[in-house]
Design a protein around this ligand. Structure first.
Ligand code: MD3
Ligand code: FE
Length: 217
C-alpha cells in the first residue's frame, strides 16, 4: 500500500507535543534539514556499512545499524557496549556531522535540556516488516542526559511503555521529521517499534531511518 491520504494534505507547522513526564515529541522539527540529514546518513553508511547485530542471546536483529561519533553501540555474544571503533573495520566510527550535533542540541534545549553533549549517534534502518522489541536503553553511564531521536522516511508506530515490561505500551505515530527528546522519568522507560508497514517515501523510498543521540560517558 503506497497511497497515504495524508501525503496530499498540507503539513502542520512544527510544534511540541508532550508525551509523558520527561518525553516530548517535536513534530516536524527536523523537516527543514531532511535532505542534508539523509545525505549525511548515506555518507556514514558508505564508511561504516549497515549491519544486523547479533544479540548476546544469539538472535540476529531485524533492524540494521551503524554509528557515528566518538563511540558506537555494538552487540555480540560478549554483550552490549559502546566501542570507539567499528568492529567490522577496526577504524574509528565516522565523525558526527556538525548538522547532526546542532540539531540534537537544539532539540534538547527546546525540551529544557541545556548544553546536551552527545558523544554517540546510533543509526537504525527499518524496511517493511522490521521491528524492535520492547527494551530499555541503559548502556549509557550518565542517565541524567536525555536521548534525542530523529525519525526520517516511512512512518512507524512507536511503543512507549512504563518502567516495567508488564505495562501496556502507548502507541505513538512517529513520522518523517519528528524529533523526540527522552529524559528525566522517561529515560528508563521500556520502548520499541511495531513491525514497519510498507510504503514509499518521497525521499527515503521503502525505508525508515532513526537517529538516536546519546551521551554515553
Ligand atoms: C525512550 N530506537 O535505538 S527511537 C534505540 O525508532 C531505539 O529506532 C527506536 O529504541 C527507533 O534504542 C526508538 C525513540 C527512543 C529512543 C531511546 C529511548 C525512545 C526512548 C530511550 C529511553 C526512552
Ligand atoms: Fe532504545
Amino acid at each position: 500500500m503506497t497511497f497515504d491520504l495524508f501525503d496530499s494534505l498540507p503539513q502542520d507547522a512544527p510544534h511540541a507535543e508532550p508525551l509523558a513526564p520527561g518525553a516530548v515529541v517535536l513534530r516536524g522539527f527536523a523537516r527543514e534539514h531532511e535532505q542534508s540529514l539523509l545525505d549525511a546518513v548515506r555518507d556514514i553508511a558508505a564508511q561504516a556499512p549497515w549491519r544486523h547485530l547479533i544479540t548476546p542471546g544469539g538472535q540476529r536483529m531485524s533492524v540494521a545499524m551503524t554509528n557515528c561519533g566518538q563511540l558506537g553501540w555494538v552487540s555480540d555474544a560478549r554483550g552490549y557496549r559502546y566501542e570507539p571503533a567499528d568492529p567490522e573495520s577496526g577504524k574509528p566510527w565516522p565523525a558526527m556531522p556538525a548538522g547532526f550535533l546542532s540539531l540534537a542540541r537544539a532539540a534538547a534545549a527546546t525540551a529544557g535540556f541545556e548544553d546536551f553533549r552527545p558523544d554517540a549517534c546510533l543509526l537504525n534502518r527499518y524496511t517493511p516488516g522490521t521491528r524492535l522489541s520492547l527494551h530499555q536503553d541503559r548502556d549509557e553511564l550518565d542517565l541524567r542526559a536525555p536521548i534525542v531521536s530523529v525519525s526520517l522516511g516511512l512512518p512507524a508506530v512507536f511503543l512507549f511503555g512504563g518502567l516495567s515490561r508488564a505495562e501496556r505500551p502507548l502507541r505513538v505515530r512517529l513520522a518523517h521529521g519528528d524529533v523526540v527528546v527522552w529524559g528525566g522519568p522517561a529515560r528508563l522507560a521500556f520502548h520499541g517499534i511495531a513491525p514497519l508497514a510498507d510504503g514509499d517515501h518521497a525521499l527515503a523510498g521503502r525505508e525508515r531511518i532513526n537517529l538516536t543521540f546519546r551521551k554515553t560517558r
